[in-house]
Write a protein that binds this ligand. Structure first.
Ligand SMILES: [Zn+2]
Ligand SMILES: [Zn+2]
Length: 243
């Protein structure tokens, strides 16, 4: 399994960092977790094939996580006529609004090759390569809201993406500490990392990967990393992590 971090910035791009989008590749197929700009261009620049994409999973509808979704859908429709996949959005209303927007922009999509599904808590996707389970987070208030973390499981690798979380980290996934994961990919923006070292130290994983970086946390990482018992990777744009 390989993860490619197309964008590792916080809620807006910065010099050298784009918005959120991570490609998970396994068994010759791929999946996108979040779709911030400009994931479509970065896919092409890195030689990633839209024909290999099986699922696009959106943690929540903040623009930094889904802003380039129309362009990715257009790639499926106009430029890669054999591509097929499912777009998972976190609420019914988001799908309705997005499809209305797409009709206005591009006249609609090919329903024979592209499908849409609403993320609900529980298993949302299961194919021969990956099972994806969604858990609600409380990132968007009031709760219950429509923000999720995603647990992606292949035959022998287990990766948890926290998505965006609350400022007090009270919704940090309990499964990160209760069950072993090959990798945990955690955001690093909506809290002050030095206040939550114990939470991260309790994670049961081979490697803890931080992305969705913001400056006031990034600069603290040299002090934080030695306090964590697992391997730690602080992601930069373009990084590939092989699990
Ligand atoms: Zn965000
Ligand atoms: Zn957000």
């Amino acid at each position: 399994m390989k993860l490619t971090f197309f964008g590792t910035s916080h809620g807006a791009p910065e010099v050298g960092r784009f918005c959120s989008g991570t490609l998970l590749e396994t068994d010759g197929v791929s999946y996108l977790v979040d779709c911030g700009a400009p994931v479509d261009a970065l896919m092409l620049n890195r030689g990633k094939r839209f024909e290999d994409l099986r699922g696009i999973f959106i943690t929540h509808m903040h623009e930094d996580h889904m802003g380039t979704l129309p362009a990715v859908l257009k790639e499926f429709g106009h430029y890669h006529p054999t591509a097929h996949g499912t777009f998972y959005l976190p609420e019914d209303g988001a799908i309705e609004a997005f499809l209305a927007w797409d009709r206005a922009m591009h006249g609609g999509y090919d329903a024979n090759r592209v499908s849409f599904a609403t993320v609900k808590p529980g298993v949302i996707h299961d194919d021969d390569h990956v099972t994806v389970t969604a858990y609600l987070t409380e990132h968007i208030r009031p709760f219950p809201s429509y923000a999720y973390d995603f647990y992606c499981k292949s035959e022998d690798k287990h990766v948890l993406f926290t998505g965006d979380l609350r400022g007090d980290l009270s919704d940090f996934p309990k499964t990160a500490q209760d069950l072993h994961r090959t990798a945990i990919v955690s955001e690093l923006t909506h809290f002050h990392v030095e206040q939550h070292v114990d939470t991260f130290a309790a994670c049961d994983c081979d490697v803890l990967i931080f992305n969705h970086m913001i400056g006031y946390n990034t600069e603290k990482m040299p002090d934080i990393i030695p306090k964590l018992p697992m391997a730690v990777h602080v992601a930069a744009d373009g990084d590939e992590v092989v699990l």
